[in-house]
Design a protein around this ligand. Sequence first.
Ligand code: KIV
Ligand code: ZN
Length: 522
Amino acid sequence: MTQQTNPSRDPNRVVIFDTTLRDGEQSPGCSMNLEEKLRIALVLEEMGVDIIEAGFPIASPGDFEAVHEIAKVIKDSTVCGLARATRGDIERCAEAVRPAERKRIHTFLSTSALHMKYKLQMEPEAVHQAIIDSVTMARNLCDDVEWSPEDGSRTDHDFLCRVVESAIKAGASTINIPDTVGYAVPHEFGALIAMLMNRVPNIDKAVISVHCHNDLGLAVANSLAAVKAGARQIECTINGLGERAGNCAMEEVVMALRTRADDMPFTNGIRTENIMKASRLVSAVTGFVVQPNKAIVGANAFAHESGIHQDGVLKNAQTYEIMTPESVGLNQSTLVLGKHSGRHAFREKLKELGYELGDNAFQDTFRRFKDLADKKKEVYNEDIVALVDDEVVRTNDRIQVVSLEVLCGTVHRPPKAELELEIDGIRRNCKATGDGPVDAVFNCVKELVPHTARLLLYQVSAVTQGTDAQAEVTVRLEEKGKSVNGQSADTDTIVASAKAYVNALNKLLVKRERTAPSALSA
Ligand code: KIV
Ligand code: ZN
């Protein structure tokens, strides 16, 4: 029974479909490894996401493995895989999602005149038949099938109604209308959904979903207009990650629904208090820093700078705050622990922040917390999160930074670095100069671990405020068309830079090993 025809289903419940791991991963320069995808999937499940689109299984063995592994561990959310309208794609997708308790195949085919003529080079009748065949095939392999007419918002209405009706007849229980190129505007997109609701005779047998891209900055507004017109599934990503300008941002659309329930009386299953945790994790894993003034999750989203605003907020928070920081999981930066805090307090704090570490990881993180507390006057929640993320990121790395010394300043000598690495258990060191201290350190790494990878991104941001804040560094490397992000955090920016570079190299090694086992040198 479909969700829409199921009498026990709340007709005002909006299904949240997260595609951070699929469309989000299609962001230029964004790639996640298996372990990172698993961590994100678990956080999405914990926050109450209904459907997790875990990847595009036919795209690569790595994509298949990620969907398959996520399907094994996720219990509460439906695990979905994407497939084009071909037998190979659909069978591979069915195989990838097979272990999931709740599984879905999402298959799609372009339907706009432009896409059919130039991209598919198919006549509309052939496209229509391919839709019936592919949905039927998917439905024979999986009870839950979603179908999307790619470039749906630019598709001829008569043709759209016809193919949607056929897809439902063939067994699709969710019809997703994508605004693939982010061209729609809210009143028009809402009208498109209303048109489908009115004209497709069997539309009550399916849930209408929307998938909006943000090329004109309208993805959230279009999604909300669609829900008002009858759509009951929103496809979105954490931090609005996705192709080009990204997708509808989950944190924005969900908080809009929650904050303006007076105007939009719809429910959903998202525990909004988990939003910041998910946002930080996705940002740390991808290296896509959230802009400070980004709605909901930007560093300034709840900051009041002007005296008049501060005064108003102190008198009554509602004067300038339409939602509370706590509702998105942003607790006031509280002093958490000091250098005298013991293991018990540290373990309790980790639990409060949602982490459960194994014994070895716990001991290592505790030791690093003590080091940090020695260096830093105040240790905040954000510091602990950066510390744990750093620990998880670097576990199992074959190359580790042992020690680093750097000489730089206004003296008329090139900056110098001396670095010691442990590579597969063997210690090696080297000295190098460079245009700046970071360049000198990176030259050392290149000498100790020869490689041909290109540096695509070097980015530094502060975890908290103050000159003793930890620096969070992201390094993106590219080799043979594949890119990886390395991260690290440390109170010393140069040390964090060295560790982030080395972390990226470790990820490249894993990528290389997956294709062909190789030695450390390129
Ligand atoms: O943007 C798009 O059209 C898509 C489809 C695969 C749903 O991502
Ligand atoms: Zn998309």
